[in-house]
Write a protein that binds this ligand. Structure first.
Ligand code: HEC
Ligand code: HEC
Length: 314
């Protein structure tokens, strides 16, 4: 099996269905299979046919130019029911230990796909009870049929929630951001001062390569009736309002900030932590947050809406 010349992120996507190797190590699927899933997943990510009334794609809320967030406080779903939480960016989600803000059981991208498709709290794409329609809607198109056949030969090209989720997740694993100034320098002078402040005041929670410990913390002390946070999953009053530390990858581009989009600036997001910061600390901290931006995430052509499929313009 050839592994050379293929990105780690995309390979990770292939581990799920692959057979097991001699020492119990998963053997990655062949390059061509992963590539076929990524290509299909990319098309699906931009396809509004995945929503009840054909108006909403994943990319409607997760826009490349906003680092896969959307620039709004919250985003209503297909029924116009208001969104409950701010749309997060998706940089490096392929390596997140826990997904979403308040559900510790949400650990795979494949499972997460079901939330926007079928969720009712809030309704996003509105497909609850209608999963069978995917086969009809997509399977009626020769090009989609061919793409599913290429991506899922072992499943006979089946079109269902399972294959849809595998393809979308394979594409999501290519949404990577690892070339920011914090990764490869040079850091502007203001960001250097910010780095030291960040290590002291922030890195306990915003830890690791994506600046999150994937743990849940209650930060904002003003009582927020609407947001129960981790308590929704655990039922414990002590977990009320606790949220997963957000990744800070490309954070300068994912505003407005905070779980409900209620922080209009990075300065206000920092202030709402109620930390004991020296006057003058905010500016260098923001310079360091700015240095977490990998600009290629917004310009990579392979993450944009595909212009063609099966050799035909879309
Ligand atoms: C109506 C807007 C909307 C649509 C459409 C939407 N999302 Fe999201 N997405 C959100 C919001 C809001 C959250 C945060 C939810 C939470 O944490 O409780 C989120 C969270 C996520 C996360 C978790 C990110 C993290 O930091 O853990 C992933 C992954 C994701 N969405 C992928 C998708 C995919 C794939 C689709 C299409 C199948 C999709 N989304 C469609 C609004 C949307
Ligand atoms: C005790 C853990 C903890 C510490 C320490 C901490 N944070 Fe946070 N941070 C969080 C959590 C949890 C949230 C989510 C809060 C919410 O949305 O209600 C957050 C949110 C943020 C956000 C908003 C992100 C977004 O996408 O909405 C920024 C920016 C941020 N923190 C930066 C910092 C900086 C800079 C510091 C240090 C000065 C810091 N944090 C210290 C846990 C922490």
């Amino acid at each position: 099996m050839r592994l050379a010349s293929f990105s780690l992120a995309a390979l990770a996507g292939a581990l799920v269905l692959a057979p097991r190797g001699g020492q119990g190590t998963p053997v990655p699927a062949p390059h061509s299979l992963v590539a076929a899933r990524v290509e299909l997943g990319r098309r699906l990510f931009y396809d509004a046919d995945l929503s009840a009334n054909g108006t909403m794609a994943c990319a409607t809320c997760h826009e490349q130019r906003h680092a896969f967030a959307d620039g709004n406080t919250t985003h209503p779903g297909v029924t116009d029911e208001p969104g409950l939480r701010n749309v997060p960016g998706l940089a490096n989600v392929g390596r997140f230990a826990r997904l979403t803000m308040a559900d510790p059981a949400m650990t795979t991208l494949e499972r997460q796909v079901e939330t926007p498709l079928f969720g009712t709290h809030p309704v996003e794409m509105g497909m609850k009870g209608r999963a069978r329609e995917f086969a009809r809607r997509l399977g009626g198109q020769a090009c989609y049929k061919a793409m599913f056949a290429r991506a899922f030969p072992a499943q006979q090209g089946r079109i269902d929630t399972g294959t849809l989720a595998l393809a979308l997740a394979a594409f999501e694993r290519t949404i990577t951001a690892t070339r920011a100034p914090v990764d490869q320098g040079p850091l502007p002078p203001a960001a250097k001062a910010g780095k030291a402040l960040f290590a002291r005041h922030c890195a306990a929670c915003h830890a690791g390569p994506d600046f999150t410990d994937f743990a849940y913390h209650r930060i904002d002390l003003t009582p927020d009736q609407a947001e129960r946070g981790l308590m929704d999953a655990t039922g414990r009053e002590a977990d009320r309002g606790a949220l997963r530390t957000p990744s800070l990858r490309n954070v300068a581009l994912t505003g407005p900030w905070w779980h409900d989009g209620s922080a209009p600036s990075l300065a206000s997001a920092i202030a709402r932590h109620h930390l004991d910061l020296a006057p003058g600390a905010t500016a260098p901290l923001i310079a360091y947050l700015d240095a977490m931006t990998d600009p290629t995430l917004m310009t990579r052509a392979d993450l944009d809406m595909p212009a063609t499929a099966c050799g035909q313009p879309l």
